[in-house]
Write a protein of this length. Structure first.
Ligand code: SF4
Length: 391
């Protein structure tokens, strides 16, 4: 297929595909799916070999958020029956983090609900980072605390944070229909503040919120422009009690096409298979490892993932290996400096122009994918509970 040959060539050279090519990946038919995965898998292996980086989420503060992000079970007015608790103590967070590290995670992601941290919250998280690094000196710590204000990124960096996560989530054009309490530009600004402070930026998207293919390509091209070191790809978990509860739009095949498109657009960036993989990819999860080089181990913020051991078994059975703490995740041209810098961009090429190929089949998606509410389990273990975490 001309399209895939062109995209592999560009991915191996870190050149940006054209929007038409990215759209064409999303429009490929199910008959071509394995060819698409194999092609994007070549790009993944060029930059990341067979390694899979494991990341572990610690929800420091759950629920009761004043923001109204429609996809979020912690939003203002959410009726989802999630765990709600205020800040974990540093030693509680460190214990949860240690469980993830013992399970193989090399990065711990410290997440707190809310619009953004107060300076006191930054102090609190700084103490938590110190407690985690006391117990696990080499672990990477990523903070995800919402919108940052002046000087907070620098303070987190000084406290030992390696990275900061703030997702763009959806395209600028659709942002206002998903969230009204802050803007796409606010999110871009926070990612840029993190980068300016020397934090490795992590920023990604959520697919399955009713967006068009054009919206998906827009947000992924927006991410490439922003040049984060890692790009989490979430698939919407339509929580009952949230405005998007009825949005069951994804099939496993669609998820794989989205991951392949992200890999082609951001060939040398850590593409992380994130929330919703068990719910939407289901038994097709191992194929996604040919596209993403990073996953979350165990549970998510407010929902349960599959057992941590099942993640490890899946990685081994699919012929991949867990990335060790002594291995640098990013390719050498991106990883000079601390935990990844961004001098080269998601790729270093300009805007590519190319033949979009002849493999469109927009009838490939089932009209209404089945709602798999049976696969959505609210998290009832780990951080904020008396039960051991899943790692
Ligand atoms: S700001 Fe964060 S925690 Fe609050 S509703 Fe939005 S995504 Fe959820």
């Amino acid at each position: 297929m001309d399209l895939l040959t062109a995209l592999v060539d560009k991915g191996l050279r870190r050149e940006l595909p054209s929007r038409e090519e990215a759209l064409a990946v999303l429009a490929t038919s199910d008959d071509d799916l394995l060819d698409v995965v194999a092609a994007a898998g070549r790009v993944r292996r060029q930059w990341f070999g067979h390694r899979v980086k494991l990341n572990y989420l610690v929800n420091l503060k759950s629920g009761l958020c004043p923001e109204d992000c429609s996809y979020c079970s912690q939003r203002l007015g959410s009726q989802a029956g999630i765990l709600k608790y205020t800040w974990l103590k540093p030693e509680e967070a460190a214990a949860a983090a240690s469980a993830g590290v013992a399970g193989g995670a090399k990065r711990v992601c410290l997440v707190a609900s809310g619009r953004g941290p107060t300076d006191r919250d930054v102090d609190r998280v700084s103490q938590t980072i110190a407690a985690i690094k006391d117990q696990n000196e080499d672990v990477e710590v990523c903070a995800c605390l919402g919108l940052l204000s002046g000087g907070q990124a620098d303070r987190l960096r000084a406290a030992g944070a390696d990275a900061y996560n703030h997702n763009l989530n959806t395209s600028e054009g659709t942002y206002g229909s998903i969230t009204t309490t802050h803007t796409y530009a606010d999110r871009v600004d926070t990612v840029q503040q993190a980068q300016a402070a020397g934090l490795s930026a992590c920023s990604g998207l959520i697919a399955g919120m009713g967006e068009s293919d054009e919206d998906l390509v827009d947000v992924v091209f927006g991410l490439r422009e922003l040049d984060p070191d890692s790009v989490p790809v979430n698939f919407l978990i339509p929580f009952e009690g949230t405005p998007l509860a009825e949005q069951w739009n994804l099939t496993p095949q669609r998820c794989l096409r989205i991951l392949a498109m992200v890999r082609f657009v951001c060939p040398d960036v850590e593409v992380r298979l994130a929330g919703g993989r068990e719910v939407h990819l289901r038994t097709m999860q191992p194929l996604a490892l040919h596209l993403a080089n990073s996953i979350f181990l165990g549970d998510y913020l407010t929902s349960e993932g599959q057992a941590g051991q099942a993640d490890l078994d899946m990685i081994a059975d699919a012929g991949f290996e867990v990335e060790g703490a002594d291995t640098v995740t990013l390719p050498e041209h991106r990883s000079a400096g601390v935990c990844g810098t961004h001098e080269a961009g998601c790729g270093s090429g300009g805007c590519g122009e190319g033949d979009a190929g002849g493999c469109h089949d927009t009838a490939a998606e089932p009209a209404v994918p089945a709602a798999r509410t049976d696969l959505v389990a609210v998290r009832r273990r780990g951080a904020g509970t008396d039960l051991p975490p899943n790692a």
